[in-house]
Design a protein around this ligand. Structure first.
Ligand code: HEC
Ligand code: HEC
Ligand code: HEC
Ligand code: HEC
Length: 439
């Protein structure tokens, strides 16, 4: 990342101000006009990227051909979905809100325009917001701006916090929609997420990217900072998880707030090999306890250790408190979750692109050091560590380290056969990045 001067900082501040506290598209209250209204060849339906335009204009083609989101509704008719629906006693997955809320742009009927079709799945407006008030104006470069589009209801997908909130609404769930353990046990895949990795996976899924973060894009929207997207993303996901644990929805007189918020492999792994070891972050809780899913939290700990050691201490003791509380009862678990969330709110406030600077190497070393303490004993933490390491190694730009990523990834191919010692050995191959030190 280049160093910033004052005028760039001012531009960035204006860009960030455009769209603070946006409502998610799913509850923005605007009419969603339908993918067809975006798809003409003069608009976003060009067969190939257009020259002389700030945006590619072939987003519709990229989306229909290669974006998993355009298939999200169709997936609800496949055999896996039919089996899930029948186990849950649903008439069909394509008509059940609990499925449609994450697999389509399931806004209330009154907010569906003439050309809206539920079968379009996760269409443009499921992410960019209902186009009722900006469809006719947003492309006029003479009059439309980030601010005017935002004021007309376009969702600020360029903002890391707003985008994180958007993606996590489906890839983790939120207060309105959630893939419960009941849905998982009926056959739904486990959800995993990391904002930077998933943004890049998705952006580049097709023959053409969804958008091109080039110089023009940076001028208009402040560019893409992978380090910051990752760090802000793991803190945001951690906060969302803690808020779900603490939420009313999962309160009550049960043993667990909601099993899907736990580490799946705490219960679902082979009994033939004993992997359990006491870890500092578990706060002295003994073997045989299911743990809350803290994969993103372990990465938030890495961020804290690098940018704010005082918050890191508070965070680590808060995480240990949470794990201890979760072996007692739901009320104590929820109280500990709220308290840890408050610590993370401080860390979130302290985080900025400038605070992270160019500390790729320091972060890589901390991810490795955190592993050396035994923290990647569980698959979900290893999965998060891998996504972090991959982003960092690519940012560092060392081809020797990049070549080693595939072998590390191989050790994570099958979550049920995960061997922490193999992952640790492979991860160690990134230690002493002497090549990186030379840059
Ligand atoms: C909280 C949001 C959420 C809810 C609720 C939800 N899903 Fe999903 N579903 C997802 C996400 C996100 C994925 C993609 C996971 C990934 O690959 O990382 C997914 C993946 C799937 C897949 C696998 C798709 C593939 O391409 O292999 C099926 C099948 C599926 N969901 C069916 C259902 C059904 C049926 C329901 C309703 C009972 C449902 N989902 C409810 C978010 C959700
Ligand atoms: C899964 C969410 C999602 C869906 C679905 C989606 N987009 Fe996007 N789109 C984004 C994100 C995130 C960005 C990048 C951040 C930004 O520039 O706002 C983006 C960027 C863009 C850009 C580039 C903006 C620029 O300034 O360079 C255009 C144009 C665009 N999308 C159009 C579309 C169209 C048209 C569709 C439907 C065919 C669509 N998008 C579907 C999330 C989505
Ligand atoms: C409305 C819900 C929703 C939103 C919002 C959403 N997704 Fe998804 N996403 C899904 C579902 C459902 C699938 C699975 C679709 C399928 O398999 O057909 C999916 C699939 C994906 C995949 C492919 C995963 C895999 O295992 O192959 C990626 C990557 C992805 N989403 C990234 C993102 C990013 C990045 C954002 C935010 C810009 C985002 N998604 C926003 C619901 C959503
Ligand atoms: C506290 C322990 C615990 C946690 C944590 C847990 N599960 Fe379960 N899971 C169970 C139990 C108990 C059953 C029921 C087993 C049975 O019916 O034989 C079950 C059943 C299942 C099944 C159906 C298995 C079958 O053979 O019918 C699936 C799939 C599943 N869970 C997935 C998950 C996923 C994904 C997660 C993490 C998001 C998770 N579980 C977290 C305890 C747990």
């Amino acid at each position: 990342m280049s160093t910033m001067n004052r005028s760039m900082m001012a531009v960035l501040a204006a860009i960030l101000a455009a769209g603070a506290n946006a409502e998610l598209p799913e509850r923005d209250g605007y009419t969603h006009m339908g993918v067809a209204t975006c798809a003409t060849s003069q608009c976003h339906g060009s067969a190939v990227p257009r020259d002389g335009s700030s945006v590619l204009q072939n987003e519709y083609v990229t989306w229909t051909q290669d974006d998993p989101h355009s298939r999200a509704y169709a997936v609800l008719s496949n055999a896996q979905s039919q089996a899930i629906a029948s186990r849950l006693g649903l008439a069909s997955a394509t008509s059940a809100d609990i499925c449609l809320d994450c697999h389509a742009d399931n806004v209330p009927k009154a907010q569906r325009g003439d050309r809206f079709q539920l079968s379009d799945g996760i269409g443009c407006e499921a992410c960019h917001g209902g186009a009722e008030n900006w469809l006719a104006s947003h492309y006029n470069t003479a009059t439309a701006s980030l601010e005017s589009n935002r004021a007309a209801g376009m969702y600020p997908t360029h903002r890391v916090d707003a985008r994180g909130e958007l993606c996590l609404s489906c890839h983790l769930g939120n207060r309105d929609k959630f893939a419960t353990h009941e849905i998982m046990a009926a056959g739904h895949p486990r959800l995993a997420f990391e904002l930077d990795t998933f943004s890049e996976l998705w952006r580049t899924a097709g023959r053409q990217p969804h958008y091109q973060p080039d110089a023009d894009y940076s001028d208009r929207k402040g560019g893409v900072n992978h380090l910051y997207t990752w760090a802000a993303g793991v803190i945001l996901e951690s906060r969302k998880r803690l808020q779900l644990v603490a939420s009313e929805r999962f309160a009550g007189d049960r043993l667990f707030p909601e099993l899907a918020l736990y580490d799946c492999h705490a219960c679902h792994r082979s009994m033939k090999s004993v992997q359990w070891r006491a870890l500092p972050r578990h706060g002295g809780v003994g073997p045989g306890q299911p743990f809350l899913h803290d994969g993103a939290l372990v990465m938030a700990m890495v961020v804290a250790r690098v940018i704010s050691p005082s918050d890191a201490d508070a965070f680590e003791s808060g995480l240990a408190d949470l794990h201890r509380a979760s072996s007692t009862d739901v009320a104590a678990t929820q109280a500990a979750a709220r308290s840890l969330d408050a610590t993370l709110a401080r860390l979130e406030n302290a985080l900025s692109p400038a605070r992270l600077g160019n500390r790729e190497l320091a972060l890589l070393r901390e991810v490795l050091a955190t592993g050396a303490e035994g923290n990647y004993l569980d698959y979900i933490s290893a999965e998060q560590a891998f996504m972090a390491v991959q982003m960092l190694v690519i940012e560092i730009g060392d081809p020797v380290l990049e070549e080693r990523l595939d072998r590390i990834a191989d050790t994570l191919n099958d979550d049920e056969r995960y061997r922490p010692s193999r992952f640790a050995a492979m991860l160690a191959s990134l230690e002493n990045p002497e090549h990186a030190d030379e840059q």
